[in-house]
Design a binder for this molecule. Structure first.
Ligand SMILES: [Mn+2]
Length: 394
């Protein structure tokens, strides 16, 4: 059983107000070519089909057009689409009955009553050759205990021929590298153990960096086909291009092989330069950026005090005759020595006890080595008074 595993398409996603439909069409057509060439038995799209729960008509048209083309590239292939946390499960289900006629099954939400709903037999020339068990996104706390493992055990009992089983899910598992996500604090992580043991490959979506779990070669995130935010595309080693791909899986007698097919980005997300530098050096590297290279650019600037007031204008000017698109300036602050005897770090206790104005004064002194200006002090007092009054009214 050969499977193409992808996910996190985020169709309709825009980056700093730049429309990305052209890039999204480009990666879909690459997937279409991979399908035509490798003729998989199934294709799994593990959630986050669209970026917005109410996708634009352009994004939906794109989905329709390319799903049909992908289907036509390999009509016997079973396509399985699950809803991710970005999708509206009910919207995705609207035309799901029509899509069944094109060998495409959509799994929108979890109704724990019927296990068979999640089990899709994969058929080649009238013979079942394996199963895909597809779970959409669900908050772990809303799932019945042991749900995933129970469904898989139920299939294991039925699967007398021990045909291969591939599971699709959209969630964050512990031990994965989610350093590219800036919402780590809100990411609910579950242990991959919750799937039990009766499967051959776990096709995950949710985390955007393609990766196989350490010590578990058959648990994998396919990653996004194109970068969704700049942090995803930060190279592990400077200057090494971050590769996007789809994953290919082949399950044969008790053996699972995994390899990738690269997806090239029409407009890669580039951080310029790799290491943060002063503004002048950064803007110069943008001026030197190749004229015809299509890319999204963020500048990586190390600041001591403030950015020049016209920094964004200068960056836009530097791109004027270029094919690249300037997005924003990422700033990091140079570590400064703090007042002698004061580490600049405040304990939570001090923070709770001190007066808000003293905290502001001390912080300003530590960072800028100057007293807090009078106008800032006035503004702070005004804000504080407004806030406390609003709170009193609530
Ligand atoms: Mn996603």
């Amino acid at each position: 059983m050969k499977i193409l595993h992808t996910g996190d398409w985020h169709l309709g996603h825009t980056l700093y107000n730049y429309d990305r439909i052209e890039e999204q069409a480009d990666f879909l057509s690459q997937i279409e070519n991979i399908v035509a060439e490798s003729q998989p038995d199934a294709m799994i799209v593990s959630g986050d089909i669209y970026h917005y729960a109410s996708p634009s008509t352009t994004a939906q048209t794109l989905y329709c057009e390319y799903m049909l083309r992908i289907h036509q590239a390999c009509p016997a292939m079973q396509i399985i689409v699950t809803a991710g946390n970005h999708d509206s499960a009910s919207k995705l289900m609207v035309d799901s009955r029509l899509w069944k006629h094109f060998n495409l099954v959509t799994i929108g939400s979890i109704h724990p009553e019927s296990y068979d709903e999640y089990i899709i037999p994969i058929v080649r020339q009238h013979n079942t050759i394996g199963y895909v068990v597809a779970f959409p996104f669900a908050y772990p706390r809303f799932l019945p205990d042991n749900f995933f493992a129970d469904v898989l055990e139920y299939l294991h009992q039925k699967n007398e021929e021990h045909l291969p089983v591939v599971v699709a899910a959209h969630l964050a598992v512990t031990d994965s590298d989610y350093s590219c996500h800036n919402n780590i604090g809100t990411l609910d992580c579950v242990n991959a153990d919750i799937f039990g043991q009766y499967y051959d490959y776990l096709a995950l979506g949710h985390i955007h960096r393609a990766q196989t779990l350490p010590h578990s070669p058959t648990i994998r995130y396919s990653g996004t086909p194109i970068g969704i935010n700049f942090d995803e595309d930060i190279q592990k080693k400077p200057s090494e291009n971050y590769l996007h791909s789809v994953s290919m899986i082949e399950c044969t007698n008790n053996n699972t092989m995994v390899w990738t097919k690269e997806i090239t980005s029409l407009r890669p997300l580039i951080t310029l330069p790799d290491q943060a530098t002063d503004f002048e050096t950064a803007i110069q590297s943008l001026r030197n950026f190749p004229q015809d290279k299509q890319a999204y650019i963020r500048l990586n600037v190390l600041i001591k005090d403030f950015l020049p007031y016209n920094a964004n204008m200068l960056a836009n000017e530097a791109c004027r005759d270029k094919a690249c698109r300037f997005c924003y300036i990422h700033t990091s602050r140079q570590e400064q020595e703090t007042v002698a005897g004061n580490s600049g770090q405040m304990t939570i206790e001090t923070f709770q006890q001190e007066n808000y104005l003293d905290i502001a004064r001390q912080h300003y002194q530590n960072v800028y080595r100057a007293p807090l200006p009078r106008y800032m002090e006035d503004a702070l007092i005004e804000l504080y008074t407004d806030l406390t009054r609003e709170n009193a009214e609530l």
